[in-house]
Design a protein around this ligand. Structure first.
Ligand code: SAH
Length: 392
């Protein structure tokens, strides 16, 4: 099989160059061409000898997934559907906020402050890590589709490569993507090695040069992998908590039966010691009548008391066939007030990408399910409804 250089991390690329008898700086040169200039043609790499370029062209490729569709919503959110072969496709979403012309010291600073539209520019790319997802969280559209496979490192970084290239024109030309969140399809920590390779490229100054604080991995709570990430590549961490106790979390995030809340929170505390940001971001999807009551909020304030954290409430985004619905605004306001009164920093995630199904939990791509999840849910829709009743 031909090696795809796009998916080699900084150290792997260096080892490859050394094996070819080249000096290690070739790896940095190659990374700049591929990741910064967006070049996938060795012929264009004019600072390398013709012999080397020909050798690379005969032994390797530079390949990102092909684009199947490209849609932009009225609010500027853009979504690409990328072909990852054998009938599978994954989604990548770009979310611009604020004013691209904003200069430090002018205008209102950015923030999730509801009274002021953020002005400071931020461009977030939401990346997928798997074709489908094996975790089956009961409220998530990706989970419903079942699971096919882990994405290769080249398919993960290829999403950033592609977005960077296609956004690299117009007013945002300087730096369209300032932040990356691993919050697309899949559980990133279940595809650990490939995700870490992609993270290393995101952080490397010869590739995308993002700061660790601006790269976020979101996990449903794979405890051993949280510990491994802390050692291998500590970036900002978001944890999908979604419930204030094990009984409810078992229903919403079945992975909780394997790694219950107490173990998860202990891993979060350990992570913070090495994290680039001094807190964990807890995500909490607001499901009407399920986890959004005042009692849930109070329980949550006690639960996470000892973990340095911020809490991000996510209004539920619906999709055909789901049994859940979005919490009313007043329930979200009440919930966040209770947390705020207890001293927590709470934000409510803005719903972006309306009209192109690009919001959290709506990413579905195309998955050739290997787990027969769809069959099981078609037969078991009643089961899901029972789960919902039990969760209420
Ligand atoms: N598997 C990872 C990352 C993917 S999802 C994780 O679980 O963290 C990113 C976030 O969107 C998670 O917090 C997820 O629980 C949330 N989410 C999933 N479905 C949703 C929906 N329908 N509406 C709102 N948020 C959803």
């Amino acid at each position: 099989m031909t090696i795809n250089l796009l998916g080699l991390g900084p150290r792997q690329l260096e080892a490859y160059c050394t094996a070819l008898g080249e000096r290690p700086f070739r790896a940095r040169q190659l990374m700049r061409w591929m990741h910064q200039a967006g070049i996938d043609d060795f012929g264009a790499m004019t600072d390398m000898s013709k012999a080397l370029r020909e050798r690379l062209a005969s032994q390797t490729t530079i390949g990102a997934p092909a684009v199947l569709s490209d849609a932009t919503a009225a609010d500027g959110t853009r979504k690409w559907l990328l072909d990852v072969g054998t009938g599978n496709a994954v989604e990548t979403v770009f979310i611009p906020e604020g004013d691209p012309e904003w200069k430090a010291g002018t205008g209102t600073p950015a923030g999730d402050d509801a009274d002021h539209a953020p002005r400071r520019y931020r461009g977030t790319l939401c990346i997928s890590s798997q074709a489908g997802c094996a975790l089956e969280c009961s409220f998530c559209a990706t989970g419903r589709q079942g699971f096919n496979r882990n994405l290769e490192a080249a398919e993960i970084i290829g999403q950033l490569w592609w977005a960077n290239k296609s956004l690299g024109r117009g007013v945002l030309a300087a730096r369209p993507i300032t932040n990356v969140v691993m919050m697309g399809m899949g559980e990133p920590l279940a595809n650990f090695d490939n995700v870490v390779t992609a993270l290393e490229l995101m952080l490397d100054d010869c590739a995308y040069g993002l700061s660790r604080r601006r790269v976020t991995v979101s996990t449903a709570g794979m405890v051993p992998a949280i510990d491994r990430l802390r050692e291998a590549c500590p970036v900002a961490l978001a944890v999908s908590l979604h419930a204030p106790n094990d009984a409810l979390r078992d229903q919403l995030v079945p992975l909780n039966r394997k790694y219950p809340i107490r173990e998860l929170l202990a891993a979060c505390t350990r992570y913070v010691e090495k994290a680039p940001r001094e807190f964990i971001m807890f995500e909490y999807v607001m499901l009407a009548g399920v986890n959004d009551g005042a009692a849930h909020a109070r329980e949550l304030t006690h639960l996470v008391r000892d973990v340095p954290c911020k809490i991000n409430l996510i209004p539920f985004n619906g999709y055909p066939g789901t049994v859940y619905s979005r919490s009313p605004e007043r329930a979200v306001a009440r919930f966040s007030e209770i947390l705020f009164e207890q001293g927590y920093t709470v934000t409510v995630r803005k719903t972006r990408g309306a009209g192109i199904d690009a919001a959290c939990g709506q990413l579905a791509g195309r998955v050739q399910d290997k787990t027969r999840r769809a069959e099981r849910t078609a037969a078991g829709r009643e089961g899901t409804e029972q789960t919902l009743e039990a969760a209420r």
